[in-house]
Design a protein around this ligand. Structure first.
Ligand code: FAD
Ligand code: UQ1
Length: 443
């Protein structure tokens, strides 16, 4: 029996090697020779990999290609816990080669220019890749350099940022090194991905200081550009109660513009008092950087006036180029930018693309579903889920506005496998069907 198991494992490994070999061959072959694809996916992050898996099933592997420059694909949502020292960074990434659906050619390059009137994109070496249908999934750009003193300031061990693979471990260092003074957490004056993440790390820090006996020496301060703590009233009310109970200071309409590491000072502009600033001394600083659409979209005819990919909010088709579609953080969909939103969008977008391919009108409608697991301690989480109207759209048959142990474990232990083995494989379109099932017979 044991010998049989060993033999079958060896056989499996052999097949895997063979598969990898064939795949690598097909990648290099296609890179070298082919420059036209029925479906071209640009960006191999959450949305790009998910859509290529779904579209491969529709049109066949050889007819879909992905353009993506990075060697590694990251599960960014876990960085909240990496920054708090609760998960290791190395488990958050896998090689890009391993997440690209088998047989789908990987063009390892960056898109430098969109030319949608000619149905093509230009990549690093000036080469043109043309398409019949284009899926844009380029995510967004982090703009640390818009804050004076950054990114160099990250050399100071008191500053961290969960938003970047390069700086997330610095958050954990700063937490551990904290002795006495202000622990400051910021929210910028731009759209961001996962709008809850800038404050999740603050609740974790507060809990960490309590666990390590440093709480009485810490002033915890949340300086946000927004006029509210969170955009959905139900969850905002719950968060404000936690903030009060944990003695956290919140300052609204403050935007970080400068970091002076030599004096440990953070300078904020007062958005409601133009020209005025407020300076805070910090012992620890967590920076959420300004964010924007990638430059390559901003300078293209695909952008809206703010630079985001201009798509229809219901069917995700580009508003002017009917063979172009968008998903995820790079779009101007008026909802919170999350992987959960990408999941729900992917189910709609694959139906939209199928119908457009058959010259039919898209019929399925995205309702703006998004979700933000608001981690409020090392063992507690409020699972926010809502739609375009900022109305709660909850999956579970209990009040998700309460901090729960179960929701923490869902975030920390169930979401990563759901991401790697269901979403990226094109089998997870969000919890919509489960919501209906769980709420059967309820209001
Ligand atoms: P990305 O996954 O960022 O992918 C964009 C891809 O495009 C990248 O691979 C990039 O290399 C590539 N690219 C960029 N420019 C080019 C170019 N010119 N040419 C070719 N390729 C290019 N979401 C949740 O649902 N729940 C959470 O709890 C959560 N927490 C988060 C916590 C943190 C700290 C962070 C940072 C994010 C969190 N998110 C969360 C958000 C989630 O990770 C993103 O919304 C999601 O990854 C967006 O997917 P995307 O495909 O739009 O962009
Ligand atoms: C989700 O679908 C998703 O994408 C895989 C996330 O990103 C990691 C999430 O954080 C959440 C909360 C969801 C929604 C899933 C359920 C089961 C409510």
């Amino acid at each position: 029996m044991a010998a049989f198991q060993v033999r079958s494992k060896l056989f499996e490994l052999g097949l895997q090697t063979l598969n990898t070999g064939v795949r690598e061959f097909s990648i290099s072959l296609s890179c070298a020779s082919k420059n036209h694809y029925d479906v071209l996916v640009v960006g191999g992050g959450t949305g790009g990999i998910t859509m290529s898996a779904r579209l491969k099933r529709k049109v066949g592997a050889g007819n879909v290609a992905i353009i993506e420059p990075s060697e590694r694909h990251y599960y960014q949502p876990i960085w909240t816990l990496v920054g708090a020292g609760a998960k290791p960074l190395n488990k958050s990434g896998q090689s890009t080669a391993s997440v690209i659906p088998s047989g789908v050619p990987w063009i390892k390059s960056s898109v430098q220019e969109f030319d949608p009137d000619k149905n093509l994109v230009r990549i690093d070496d000036g080469k043109e890749v043309s398409y019949k249908y284009l899926i844009v999934a380029l995510g967004l750009q982090l703009q640390y350099d818009k804050i004076k003193g950054l990114p160099d300031g990250f050399n100071d061990t008191k500053i961290g940022s969960n938003y970047s693979v390069n700086f997330v471990e610095k958050t954990w260092r700063a937490l551990q090194d904290f002795r006495e003074g202000n622990a400051i957490f910021t929210f910028p004056n731009t759209p961001v991905k996962c709008a809850g993440a800038p404050q999740k790390i603050m609740y974790l820090a507060e809990h960490y200081f309590r666990k390590t006996g440093k709480r009485s020496k810490a002033n915890i301060i949340y300086n946000t550009s927004l006029p509210v703590i969170f955009g959905v009233k139900k969850y905002a009310d719950a968060l404000l109660e936690i903030i009060k109970a944990r003695n956290i200071d919140v300052n609204y309409r403050l935007n970080l513009i400068e970091v002076r590491t030599d004096k440990q000072e953070a300078v904020f502009e007062m958005l409601d008092h133009p020209g005025e600033t407020k300076t805070f001394q910090y012992e620890m600083l967590h920076v959420t950087p300004p964010m924007a659409a990638p430059d390559v979209i901003q300078k293209s005819p695909l952008a809206d006036t703010q630079g985001w990919l201009d798509v229809d909010k219901e069917n995700l088709q580009h508003k002017r180029y009917s063979n172009v579609f968008g998903i995820g953080d790079c779009t101007n969909l008026p909802t919170s930018k999350t992987a959960a939103a990408v999941a729900a969008q992917s189910a709609i977008l694959s139906k939209t693309v199928s119908l457009v391919m058959k010259n039919q009108k898209p019929t399925h409608k995205y309702n703006g579903y998004t979700s933000c697991p608001l981690v409020t301690a090392y063992n507690r989480c409020i699972l926010a889920e809502f739609d375009y109207d900022a109305q709660p759209l909850e999956t579970f048959p209990f009040d998700q506005g309460k901090e729960r142990w179960s929701m923490f474990h869902m975030k920390a232990d169930l979401m990563p496998p759901l991401y790697w083995y269901a979403l990226l494989k094109g089998f997870w379109g969000g919890p919509g069907p489960f919501r209906k099932l769980m709420r059967l017979g309820m209001k």
